[in-house]
Design a binder for this molecule. Structure first.
Ligand code: RP5
Length: 228
């Protein structure tokens, strides 16, 4: 198990305290018995450190290690054209790639975390207001029974691109089928499992149908990929 720096700090503190206690006891015992107890003292100190560790342990963040905390934000000091929504902070590590790609294209976006089942009112309010605020495309990322894209699509006339998150139980097939199998009448476009970058490129392509700068940005990307 990988420990955080806070946990290592807690372990070190526990070791110092336990070591001091043992050194004190050993010095008293040694003076009475005249025994070579130094080696045993070190072993006891180590054992005590492990026992004392939970007491001194500083609780680590509940966020999964390696994934930066999700921060709701509007990027580029301009009216956002793309709205990114994700069902959980745990989706952020994957969806950073989507945000970075939009930034590379110069597309202003906003990013929110809102769960369709834990925060349905927040999803409703956000999705229903998108078109009126001038946004053009939505990207919705979620995992497992991933109904977020469908719920957002129910509340907005804007095109919705869904990103199925890879999951620990079913590898993301659950997310993929939940998103791609929308019943007739409420379409949700769906990219590959964890396809955050493709979602951003598709959003830029949709914007490019009416905004030449984004069409040009997509054309540049395609030229780069072709090695031109
Ligand atoms: C979905 O459930 C989220 O989009 C996420 O992919 C998945 C797990 O969410 P957490 O339990 O990590 O919040 O709602």
């Amino acid at each position: 198990m990988r420990r955080t720096s806070q946990e290592w700090l807690g372990l070190a503190a526990a070791f110092v305290v336990a070591g001091a206690v043992v050194a004190f006891l050993v010095s008293i015992l040694g003076s009475f018995l005249g025994l070579p107890v130094a080696g045993i003292g070190v072993l006891i100190a180590a054992a005590l450190a492990l026992l004392a560790y939970p007491v001194f342990r500083v609780p680590a963040s509940s966020a999964p290690s390696g994934s930066p905390p999700a921060q709701e934000r509007t990027v580029m000091n301009a009216a956002p054209l793309v709205g990114i929504v994700m069902g959980s902070q745990s989706d952020m590590a994957v969806m950073e790639e989507c945000a970075k790609t939009l930034e590379a294209f110069g597309v202003p976006y906003e990013l929110v975390v809102a769960s369709a089942h834990r925060q349905p009112a927040k999803v409703h309010e956000w999705a229903a207001g998108l078109a009126g605020r001038g946004l053009k495309v939505v990207i919705a990322a979620a995992g497992k029974a991933a109904h977020l894209g469908g719920v957002v699509a129910a509340y907005t006339p804007l095109p919705v691109i869904a990103v199925p998150m890879k999951t620990s139980d079913l590898g993301g097939l659950d997310s993929l089928l939940s998103m791609v199998q929308m019943p007739s009448g409420v379409p949700v476009a769906c990219v590959s499992i964890n396809g955050a970058r493709n979602a951003a490129i598709l959003a830029a392509e949709i914007l490019g149908t009416s905004m030449p700068e984004y069409r040009a940005a997509v054309e540049r990307l395609k030229s780069e990929m072709a090695g031109a």
